[in-house]
Ligand binder design. Structure first.
Ligand SMILES: C[S@@+](CC[C@H](N)C(=O)[O-])C[C@H]1O[C@@H](n2cnc3c(N)ncnc32)[C@H](O)[C@@H]1O
Length: 169
């Protein structure tokens, strides 16, 4: 970030140490229903890479191509299997998207979704991670509730309030 003059306003990294602890806790408590991990709005892709280090099949979806390139480069350098895709994590078939995105300023809801390129749909993943802007958590939960598989998990980083884990029932 410091090496580049370009400022990507929606990109703020989360607490990666806490995230790593949360991933350990999820693993130790056997909460996962499978091994597919998806980081929604992946930035530099650290969450997806931490999941890949744990043996998960891991992808990140990010709208900013610079960040996607950096994440793919770092993943390759570290010899990790995590793959990063440029596009939107917001599926086009969420019918109430206009309603749920009304107050959402930090998620791009206009770009095309990227699931076809990945070859997986939202309901193929077992664990999602996102760092929503404060007050925009409901948007990620709505997308998750609308499209994810029953029993899959959504982990979100909530700044001072730490990590939040939700299972779709
Ligand atoms: C707060 S940052 C979090 C980055 C990373 N997950 C982390 O925890 O360090 C949110 C990221 O979501 C990206 N973003 C915003 N709308 C998006 C969309 N519709 N699809 C994919 N990425 C999006 C932004 O460019 C930004 O990099």
């Amino acid at each position: 970030m410091l090496a580049d003059d370009l400022v990507i306003e929606n990109f703020v990294p989360c607490d990666f140490h806490l995230l790593d602890q949360a991933l350990s806790w999820i693993e130790q408590n056997h909460l996962l229903t499978g091994v597919r991990f998806c980081e929604l709005g992946s930035g530099f892709g650290v969450a997806a890479m931490l999941a890949a280090l744990r043996g998960m099949e891991s992808v990140g979806i990010e709208i900013e191509s610079t960040l996607v390139d950096q994440a793919n480069r770092l993943s390759a350098e570290l010899d990790l299997s995590a793959q990063f895709y440029c596009g939107s994590f917001v599926p086009h078939d969420v019918s109430e998207i206009v309603e749920i995105s009304r107050d959402v300023e930090h998620v791009d809801t206009s770009e095309s979704e990227v699931y076809q390129e990945i070859g997986l749909d939202l309901d193929d993943f077992d664990l999602f991670f996102a760092f929503p802007w404060p007050g925009e958590e409901h948007f990620f939960e709505s997308v998750f509730t609308a499209g994810a598989a029953v029993n899959s998990l959504l982990l979100t980083y909530r700044g001072r309030n730490g990590m939040h884990l939700l299972r779709k029932t």
